[in-house]
Ligand binder design. Structure first.
Ligand code: SF4
Ligand code: SF4
Length: 204
C-alpha cells in the first residue's frame, strides 16, 4: 500500500519520511553551505581523529528537534532500502570486474557525520581511505563491514549499470518508491546540512 502526495510514492511504513515529504514543495531547498567540505577527501587516521573530535566538541544543533526529525527520517529511508540494495549487491558484485568500492571519490562527507552526530551514533573510525588510490578500509572479503545506515550516503545513492538494470526489471510502483525514498533521504541530508551550516556561519 502506498500513499500518494504531491507525486511522491512512499511505502506506508515510512511514517517520518512521509511526514517530511508532505512539507516539501517541488523546489530544491536553499543550501547554506558555502565552504568546501573538509571531510570529503582522503584523510590519514590521526588527522581524521582530530577533525572528528573537533566536529563533535563544537557540535551545536541549532534546532535539535528538527534535526532529529530529519536524521531519523534519513535512517528510516536507509533501513528501508537496505534489503533491496543488499540483494542487488549479492546478485551483481561477485562477478564484478570494476569494483566501485575501490573507486576514488567515495568519502564520508559532512552531512554523513552530522547525521550520525544528531543520532548520537559513533563517528566512523576513519575516512574511507587515507590516500587516493587506496582501497576502502571498510571493504572485507564478504563485502562492506559497515551497516548501511553508517556508510557514506554515496554508497547507497550510487547504483551501477547492472543494478540499474535490476531496478528497471522491478514493477514500476516499486521503482518509483525506491527512487522517491532515495531522493527524500538526499533532501533531508541537504536540510540537515543547511541547518548545521547556518549555525556554523552564525558562530563565525
Ligand atoms: S555495486 Fe556494481 S560496480 Fe560496485 S562492486 Fe557491485 S557490481 Fe561492481
Ligand atoms: S563504505 Fe562500504 S560500501 Fe562504501 S565504499 Fe567502503 S566498503 Fe564500499
Amino acid at each position: 500500500m502506498t500513499r500518494r502526495k504531491k507525486g511522491v510514492h512512499l511505502p506506508a511504513e515510512l511514517t517520518i519520511l512521509t511526514r517530511l515529504s508532505q512539507e516539501y514543495g517541488h523546489a530544491e531547498p536553499a543550501i547554506a553551505q558555502a565552504a568546501p567540505d573538509r571531510f570529503k577527501q582522503p584523510v590519514a587516521e590521526e588527522q581524521w581523529r582530530r577533525l572528528t573530535r573537533e566536529l563533535r566538541e563544537n557540535f551545536a544543533a541549532p534546532d535539535r528537534k528538527r534535526m532529529q526529525l530529519l536524521a531519523t527520517g534519513i535512517r528510516e529511508g536507509l533501513l528501508w532500502c537496505d534489503e533491496t540494495m543488499d540483494r542487488y549487491c549479492r546478485l551483481t558484485c561477485p562477478g564484478c570486474r570494476d569494483f566501485c568500492c575501490d573507486a576514488d571519490g567515495i568519502y564520508f562527507d559532512l552531512a554523513d557525520l552530522i547525521y550520525l552526530l544528531v543520532l548520537e551514533s559513533d563517528l566512523p573510525a576513519g575516512q574511507t581511505r587515507p590516500r587516493r588510490g587506496d582501497p576502502c578500509r571498510y571493504l572485507a572479503r564478504e563485502g562492506c563491514i559497515l551497516p548501511r545506515m553508517c556508510r557514506p550516503f554515496i554508497c547507497t545513492w550510487y547504483l551501477c549499470e547492472p543494478q540499474m538494470a535490476l531496478l528497471a526489471a522491478e514493477p514500476i510502483p516499486f521503482q518509483k518508491k525506491l527512487t522517491a525514498v532515495l531522493q527524500l533521504v538526499r533532501r533531508c541530508r541537504q536540510q540537515l546540512l543547511a541547518l548545521h551550516e547556518g549555525q556554523a556561519a552564525a558562530n563565525r
